[in-house]
Design a protein around this ligand. Structure first.
Ligand code: NAD
Ligand code: WQD
Length: 335
């Protein structure tokens, strides 16, 4: 099977590229390198001994996308390409709508011209909005709280309508929870530019001494210890979920939605103490007010992916913390 990975030089894309190559699939990556470094794919090649060709180009440009299809003739697409910073999406909503929606629509237009009917889409648990009932199930109501989230919500809508209009298409929408960690080699990992927004990369930079201390955003949530609870998932488990999704999509048509999470919530303080224990380092922190827009708790009901994709997350929180730190230690300045 030949798979096009849009945004495949990024964090989740590069780990998925590795898993696909290790399982004998052929890949090509289309990435504009807006938030990534081609070194990630060079290291994927080094780890797998196989080729991970990169075409530097924009997924919103129909000519570029068509030329990739013309050359490579993929059987399937995994569509990771997108802007993903929640705060930035509030400041620059048009950039987010333009980039994330045009990319999805361009793929939908080009794919049938090359008889490519399988697409796996990177959606997000953010589409569950402020749902209070946990664990979150795929059939729960959706709604978002920021432009980034709406781009995922609207992309899901577009893909659902496109698949309804053409019954030969097979689209799988994967709602990721909180991916963290890195490949166990420490050769590929998450490489945020500037000061990280997300918890685990921030903790890693505190551990390495680059940042002074962690700010824990609120300890007055209605949770076990008062800090926010999330469903953290090892990025390698997430990557393996994409292989399962491709196998599923090959044999089905229409649209299916799957949560990719572990189903187990951990608090911010759980993450701090697991990181300290797994790695023997101290993470100084202070409690600060809540971060605007944050919800108290978010975790998946992961039974649908288990039953239909035959996939469940295998790696525990200790592995997530160890692998995140191993990557950070080996690559203090990223790629
Ligand atoms: P990332 O930024 O590391 O990877 C995204 C890649 O897409 C980058 O390499 C970027 O250069 C590329 N890209 C962006 N716009 C493009 C365009 N128009 N044309 C070509 N390439 C483009 O992010 P990630 O964490 O690997 O996330 C991958 C996908 O999963 C994104 O769609 C993101 O929204 C989604 N997602 C991520 C998370 C998370 O916490 N990391 C959670 C849920 C969903
Ligand atoms: C996790 C917990 C924070 C940083 C975001 C996006 C979501 C998805 C995944 C793409 C929360 C707390 C964090 C810090 C802290 N991305 N925290 N101090 O907000 O659950 O999800 O990434 O789709 O859409 O919103 O992840 O890692 O930012 O936060 O206390 O410096 O850690 O309050 O409880 P979040 P996160």
């Amino acid at each position: 099977m030949r798979v096009l990975l849009t945004g495949g030089a990024g964090y989740i894309g590069s780990h998925t590229a590795l898993v696909l190559l290790e399982n004998g699939l052929d890949i090509v990556v289309l990435d504009n390198l807006d938030n990534s470094n081609p070194e990630s794919l060079r290291r994927v090649e080094e780890l797998t001994g196989r080729q991970a060709p990169l075409i530097v180009g924009d997924c919103t440009d129909e000519k570029t996308v068509a030329s990739v299809f013309e050359q490579f003739r993929p059987d399937a697409v995994i569509h990771f390409a997108g802007l993903k910073a929640v705060g930035e999406s509030v400041q620059k909503p048009l950039n987010y709508y333009q980039n994330n929606l045009d990319a999805t629509m361009t793929l939908c237009r080009v794919m049938p011209k090359y008889d490519c009917r399988v697409l796996v889409f990177s959606s997000s648990a953010t589409v569950y909005g402020t749902n209070q009932k946990m664990p979150l199930r795929e059939d729960f109501p959706t709604g978002c709280t920021n432009p980034y989230g709406w781009t995922k919500w609207i992309s899901e809508r577009i893909l659902t309508d496109v698949a309804a209009a053409d019954p030969t298409r097979s689209f799988v929408l994967l709602r990721y929870f909180n991916p963290i960690g890195a490949h166990e080699s420490g050769r590929i990992g998450e490489d945020p530019s500037g000061i990280p927004n997300n918890l685990m990369p921030f903790i890693c930079q505190v551990a390495s001494g680059k940042l002074d201390h962690l700010r824990v955003f609120g300890n007055d949530y209605p949770t076990r210890d008062g800090t926010g609870e999330r469903d953290y998932i090892h990025v390698m488990d997430l990557a393996e979920g994409h292989l399962a999704a491709l196998n599923y999509a090959k044999h089905h048509s229409g649209v299916e939605i799957f949560n990719l999470g572990t189903g187990t919530p951990y608090s911010v303080l759980d993450i701090v103490s697991s990181f300290e224990k797994a790695n023997g380092v101290k993470i100084p922190y202070e409690i600060t007010p809540r971060r605007p827009g944050d919800i108290a708790v978010c975790y998946a009901d992961a039974t649908r992916a288990r039953d239909l994709l035959h996939w469940t997350a295998q790696r525990d929180l200790t592995a997530m913390c160890k692998d995140a730190w191993n990557w950070q230690k080996q690559n203090p300045n990223g790629y």
